[in-house]
Design a binder for this molecule. Structure first.
Ligand code: BTN
Length: 261
């Protein structure tokens, strides 16, 4: 697997350390351990299956063989408050990698789900560690529904896979290698200003919620029209009264009026 991934990478720095095991509890958990060890400046952790894959908001990420599961560990020298934007950078890179490998056009459901035809194709879980001297590391975990043909009943209406969309098997080594290429490029654009200024137009053009009515669910629930993100990666939503609200990612969920998107 490691050699296969390396065959596809054309990166300058990302992907020189790849850790692969067929079975892991969670590639994010492993990448966080490596991050805490202070040995590697960056690493990519890959598994064929996960026994305790984690999703956002404490959910499980069921991880059968056939899909792609990997995490990127980086230690960028940036302000702590700018780290959450990296998850949007990853989503952008992921749409590009999928396009390059499969020709499939995907969109982004803010902040970082990659979707196609109204269904979720990939999930991203970004976790960071902050110490006394600021940001210690960031782990970006990615699960791509690649070769899965059936989903459980409760997921069926919300989830899809590349094979279901294209009728083609996906080589995860190719996908991960290409993601590393796309992420390194996109991440370097982000690093320049530590925000989305130079990536915002591309991100907004892929935003599935754009100009659509969305439900913002946090402590309460309200409806508005999503306009797009600003340079901080926050979602601008115009309420019925015409006021524009800035939605910060985190514990908030943004849904379409009639379903997942
Ligand atoms: C989501 O809830 O949408 C995020 C899902 C992220 C899943 C990936 S699979 C690889 C990595 N390891 C994990 O335990 N989670 C992420």
């Amino acid at each position: 697997m490691i050699e296969q991934i390396k065959k596809y990478t054309k990166t300058k720095w990302l992907g020189t350390n790849i850790i692969y095991e067929e079975l892991m509890d969670s590639t994010n958990t492993r990448a966080k351990m490596v991050g805490g060890e202070n040995v590697m400046k960056q690493a990519v952790v890959v598994a064929k299956r996960q026994t305790a894959g984690r999703g956002r908001r404490g959910r499980n990420w069921i991880s059968p063989e056939g899909n792609c599961y990997f995490s990127i560990l980086i230690k960028p020298d940036i302000q702590v408050e700018n780290a959450p934007v990296i998850t949007l950078v990853a989503a952008l890179a992921l749409t590009q990698a999928i396009k390059n490998v499969t020709e499939l056009d995907t969109q982004i459901k803010w902040p970082n789900d990659v979707v196609v035809n109204g269904k979720k194709l990939c999930g991203i879980l970004t976790e960071s560690s902050v110490g006394n001297d600021g940001l210690e590391y960031v782990v970006i975990g990615i699960g791509i529904n690649a070769n899965q043909k059936r989903f459980d009943l409760e997921l069926e209406s919300m989830a899809t896979s590349i094979i279901l969309q294209t009728n083609q098997m996906v080589d995860c080594a190719h996908m991960i290698g290409e993601f590393l290429n796309c992420f390194e490029n996109t991440f370097e654009v982000f690093l320049d200003k530590e925000d989305m200024t130079d990536l915002m137009d591309r991100y907004n053009s892929l935003l599935v919620n754009r100009n659509r009515e969305v439900r913002i669910i946090d402590r309460g629930e309200r409806i508005g029209t999503a306009i797009g993100i600003n340079e901080k990666g926050e979602l601008l939503v115009c309420g019925a009264d015409g006021d524009v609200e800035t939605v910060v990612s985190g514990e908030v969920s943004v849904r379409g009026l009639y379903g997942y998107v």
